[in-house]
Write a protein that binds this ligand. Structure first.
Ligand SMILES: Cc1cc2nc3c(=O)[nH]c(=O)nc-3n(C[C@H](O)[C@H](O)[C@H](O)COP(=O)(O)O)c2cc1C
Ligand code: SF4
Length: 462
């Protein structure tokens, strides 16, 4: 195992080990503070973080208004309070060691407002901001205004080049580094482009070399690349350390820190992760953001997969090809291909008799309960995304004008629920593709390690 030498991150020499930000509440002030305490970097999530009453009890997210637009405003206000609460906790726990970063999801509605609102009040508490899920053009300007370092999360050299040319070249001083997140391996949302095949992963090495070339060509030789996605044991990444073709590098861990004493996720969730097998994490495209994402195959994800498998194309008028009539409501009939009739009738017979149109001229089959829940979830929308495929909410227009997609789900509801002791069966469980390693890693044999113990282990290369 090569020596892990400290490098400059967000204005301080720290170990090149980073806890990745995880929303909602899957990395928080406590976990990030513990990482910083060990002279590493901790990242709390800025997506609807918890905040507390005067007795230190979590104030559950609540909405006083009925309209999506005004609830969106309430969501932004609560997020700012939550970020400040988590930043303070992190800062206290860190004891002034290491670095504290905040993670922001660019596709979150109001992300710029939240970031600005937090940085205005968090002087000295937050050293850096990481931001992915989309192309965060304005990140450099906002962070630089507050003298805070910024880290775009990208999955290709090309994406960085676009950001650099359009915006970041004017805000070079506070560009802390670039997070390369492997789009085939990382937990959470994945930045696969249309040209990349989810079934054909590429090793990160060539992609990192390409990114370093791009960064060097614009004078960013000294800025580190932070490698995220699939990082478990550093002995697997020896070729990447002290390698002039890659340059300064730090390693970001997303999934592995989830089983530590300081990790905020529930015991049931930790227990489940300890038992996941290879192949149980699925890279799929059900997220209402439209991005690919990686999550554990549980009942929640299986049902989405089944629904997608049961999808059938249709036409509104009968034709030679689409000649089989299918009643989808008392007043509406559509036409499907005769060869799909059996597939449709089987689903109806199995109780999936609510037939719902998607924005792609297809229908999917839901149970009556699922349909009731879907309507309820759409009604309760708080406008958390800039564009939501599930509810057709659009921050810019109020409604995107597209048909709400029944193949998707309310990500806000499910991530909030699972991170507040909700079901680990009926909610989405984001995880990276190396999660199966918990089951055989000796570190977890005698119970759950502390962050300190995990970092000690990581330093040995294991
Ligand atoms: C449960 C979970 C939630 C995540 N949420 C976010 C998020 O809100 N924003 C973000 O930029 N990355 C998020 N990530 C990605 C991590 O920060 C990290 O980059 C990634 O997990 C690294 O890959 P690994 O899981 O293989 O370690 C999430 C990952 C997980 C597992
Ligand atoms: S439906 Fe859910 S995921 Fe979509 S914008 Fe509303 S709160 Fe967010």
């Amino acid at each position: 195992m090569k020596n892990l030498n400290p490098i400059m991150i967000s204005g301080k020499e720290v170990l090149p080990l980073i806890e990745g930000g995880k929303g909602i509440n899957a990395s928080d002030g406590r976990s990030s503070g513990a990482w910083a305490h060990e002279n590493c970097v901790g990242t709390f999530s800025g997506v609807s973080p918890d905040y507390y009453d005067e007795n230190g009890k979590v104030i559950p997210e609540h909405y006083l208004t009925k309209n999506r637009l005004t609830r969106h405003v309430e969501m932004v206000e609560q997020s700012i309070k939550g970020c400040l609460a988590q930043a303070k906790i992190a800062h206290e726990i860190s004891g002034g060691n290491g670095r504290i970063h905040m993670n922001m999801l660019w596709e979150l509605a109001g992300s710029q407002q939240i970031l600005t609102g937090v940085l205005e009040k968090a002087k000295g508490l937050i050293n850096g901001v990481t931001c992915g899920a989309g192309l965060p053009y304005n990140l450099g300007e906002i962070a630089s205004k507050f003298g805070v370092y910024y880290y775009p999360i990208i999955s290709s050299a090309r994406a960085f080049q676009v950001l650099w040319k359009r915006a970041y070249n004017r805000f070079m001083e506070y560009l802390g580094g670039v997070v390369y997140e492997d789009p085939w391996l990382a937990g959470g949302h994945n930045g696969l482009s249309n040209a990349e095949d989810p079934q054909t992963p590429q090793t990160p090495y060539e992609r990192l070399v390409e990114l370093r070339k791009t960064m060097n060509s614009v004078g960013l030789h000294e800025k580190p690349i932070i490698l995220a996605g699939g990082v478990w044991a550093l002995e697997d990444w020896q070729d990447y350390i002290d390698n002039p073709d890659i340059g300064k590098i730090a390693f970001q861990f997303g999934t592995r820190p989830m089983i530590t004493k300081e990790s905020p996720i529930s015991d049931a969730w930790k227990k489940l992760m300890l038992q996941v097998k290879k192949g149980d994490v699925i890279l799929q495209k059900f997220s209402p953001t439209g991005f690919f994402s990686s999550a554990i195959k549980n009942t929640f994800l299986s049902r989405l997969m089944e629904r997608k498998q049961g999808e059938i194309t249709f036409q509104k008028e009968a034709s030679d090809e689409y000649s089989y009539p299918l009643e989808i409501s008392e007043t509406k009939k559509i036409f499907i291909k005769p060869e799909d009739a059996e597939k449709a009738n089987k689903q109806i017979a199995a109780g999936y008799s609510e037939i719902k149109e998607t924005p792609d001229d297809t229908v999917v089959f839901l149970s009556a309960d699922e349909w009731v829940q879907m309507k309820e979830d759409r009604k309760n929308c708080v406008g958390c995304l800039s564009q939501c495929q599930f509810s057709a909410w659009s921050q810019a227009k109020g409604n995107s004008g597209r048909l709400p997609d029944p193949r998707s789900y309310c990500i806000h509801k499910t991530l909030y629920d699972v991170s507040h002791n909700g079901s680990i069966v009926d909610n989405l469980l984001f995880a990276g593709h190396q999660v199966y390693r918990f089951a055989t890693d000796p570190l977890y044999r005698n119970g759950i390690p502390s962050v300190k113990e995990l970092i000690e282990r990581i330093k040995t290369g294991k």
